[in-house]
Design a protein around this ligand. Structure first.
Ligand code: FAD
Length: 468
């Protein structure tokens, strides 16, 4: 069975980029077709990324917080883990959100086509439907939002079910006794946090000399120190071989902190990054350039080299984050609708939803030094925050990066509980060109962790008087 559809806009991929583009284009009065190869809308983020990981991290946080209460005189029994229930709760969270998107698409009269789409020309996409039907979509404009996929390592036996990626980790099939997380980036650490709370002994191996290499070393050090009793962290070390035997996965390491000989694990989570899906869509048939890695180059309007074909989200480059995809989506849709819009943010926030959380935005101290910027760094340690003390979580700190001459906020980083939620204020400050005085004169409620942002600004101004 085959079908033909004509549309003003086709969007290829329904992740945060794709559905946001489709909805914005429809809201602007355009006729839109949204193509998705999964059974549900929402892409990696809602189905196997941001949302299910946060649902499981919520469970982990409750377990860890309950254990921490013992030192304040409240003791709970050992947690009784019912994996089936945790899994179905996580799935209900995902279902609520992906189902909601389905309803929103219908309400906006966005036509959804489920199947894998490929370009056949610069005006047509053919979708091999999940139901076996083929749909030919003829479009005036296209938005490629095909996202990214996990990266495998050649020497890892990925066909072995004990070797999992982030999607496998989120399936939560079991709680392995010994788990190796290969890659100390955000995704690996978040999943490691979940499995550690559920009872696994978690080891993390990272090739670089710090976890989360994109963040400033002093921020990550606080995280690492807090977690070094929970996780076995091997920095400046790499896995060179994995021997899959009946009784476990035997791993050989090399590097500064490599253990001798082989070490046995029950499961290995490979979390070494993601690669763009640009090579999978026959973009060449539309004349769209895709680079060797699979990224599609775009202008600030999100146009590819073919004027009426746009690309957004993970497939156009780093950082591979949902909120970046959403903002690019709005920009692309608005340009198609004839509005003038460029994607030119001053900053894109990054957050590791670990325990403690690490969050940063704008220029990091390391980047500022590399760029020769004249900055001043102001730190406010949470050991002096009333709220952090009352929460028994004083390990955190708030670090603000100011332009020395003008006091303009160039960036900021926070490590500590709720750092991710707190970062919004720093994002706004960077984006709006606020300076230290703006932050210092803003009355922050007491006692809050957010106060530390105003207090870091006072540190810069040399005017700090009272500590909360
Ligand atoms: P995707 O979400 O990858 O969506 C692309 C969609 O297109 C997919 O559904 C795919 O099936 C579909 N598709 C691809 N090609 C075709 C085709 N040819 N035809 C039809 N359909 C196609 N980001 C954050 O900002 N915050 C987080 O906390 C966060 N946590 C994460 C946790 C994990 C475990 C992972 C893996 C990722 C996480 N991310 C997070 C990253 C985030 O998920 C991505 O940046 C985001 O999903 C990118 O959106 P996108 O629209 O570009 O692509």
């Amino acid at each position: 069975m085959s079908k033909d559809i004509k549309t003003q806009v086709v969007v290829l991929g329904a992740g945060p980029g794709g559905y946001s583009a489709a909805f914005r284009a429809a809201d602007l009065g355009l006729d839109v077709v949204l193509v998705e190869s999964r059974e549900t809308l929402g892409g990696v983020c809602l189905n196997v990324g941001c949302i299910p990981s946060k649902a499981l991290l919520h469970v982990a946080k409750v377990i860890d917080d309950a254990a921490d209460m013992a030192s304040h005189g409240v003791t709970f029994g050992a947690p009784q883990i019912d994996l089936d229930k945790i899994r179905s709760w996580k799935e209900s969270v995902v279902g609520q959100l992906t189902g909601g998107l389905g309803g929103m698409a219908k309400a906006r009269k966005v036509t959804t086509v489920y199947g894998f789409g490929k370009f056949t020309s610069d005006k047509t996409i053919v979708v091999a439907g999940n139901d076996g039907a083929e749909t030919t979509i003829t479009f005036d404009n296209a938005i490629i939002a095909a996202g990214s996929s996990v990266v495998d390592l050649p020497f890892i036996p990925t066909e072995d079910p004990r070797v999992i990626d982030s999607t496998g980790a989120l399936e939560l099939k079991d709680v392995p006794g010994e788990m190796l997380v290969l890659g100390g980036g955000i995704i690996g650490l978040e999943m490691g946090t979940v499995y550690n709370a559920l009872g696994s002994n978690v080891s993390v191996v990272e090739f670089a000399d710090q976890l989360v290499p994109a963040a400033d070393a002093d921020i990550v050090k606080i995280y690492t120190n807090y977690n070094k009793k929970k996780f076995n962290i091997m920095l400046s070390t790499k896995v060179v071989a994995v021997d899959a035997k009946d009784d476990g996965l035997y791993v050989t390491f090399e590097g500064k902190n490599a253990p001798e000989g082989q070490v046995r694990y029950d499961k290995i989570l490979v979390a070494v990054g993601r690669k763009p899906n640009g090579k999978l869509i026959d973009a060449d048939k539309a004349g769209v350039n895709v680079d060797d890695r699979g990224f599609i180059n775009v202008s600030k309007e999100l146009r590819t080299n073919v004027n009426h074909i746009f690309a957004i989200g993970d497939v156009v480059g780093q950082p591979m984050l949902a909120h970046k995809a959403v903002h690019e989506a709005h920009c692309a849709a608005e340009n198609i609708a004839g509005k003038k819009h460029t994607f030119d943010p001053r900053c894109i926030p990054s957050i590791a939803y670990t325990d403690p959380e690490m969050a940063w935005v704008g220029v990091t101290e390391r980047e500022a030094k590399e760029q020769g910027l004249n900055i001043e760094v102001a730190n406010f340690p949470w050991a002096a925050s009333g709220r952090a003390i009352a929460s028994a979580r004083t390990e955190g700190k708030t670090k603000m990066i100011f332009e020395k001459e003008t006091g303009r906020v160039l960036g900021g980083a926070i490590v500590g509980i709720n750092a991710g939620e707190m970062l919004g204020e720093v994002c706004l400050a960077v984006e709006m060109g606020a300076d230290a005085e703006d932050l210092a004169l803003t009355i922050h409620a007491h006692p809050t962790l957010n106060e530390s942002i105003g207090l870091a600004a006072e540190v810069f101004e040399g005017s700090i008087t009272d500590l909360p």
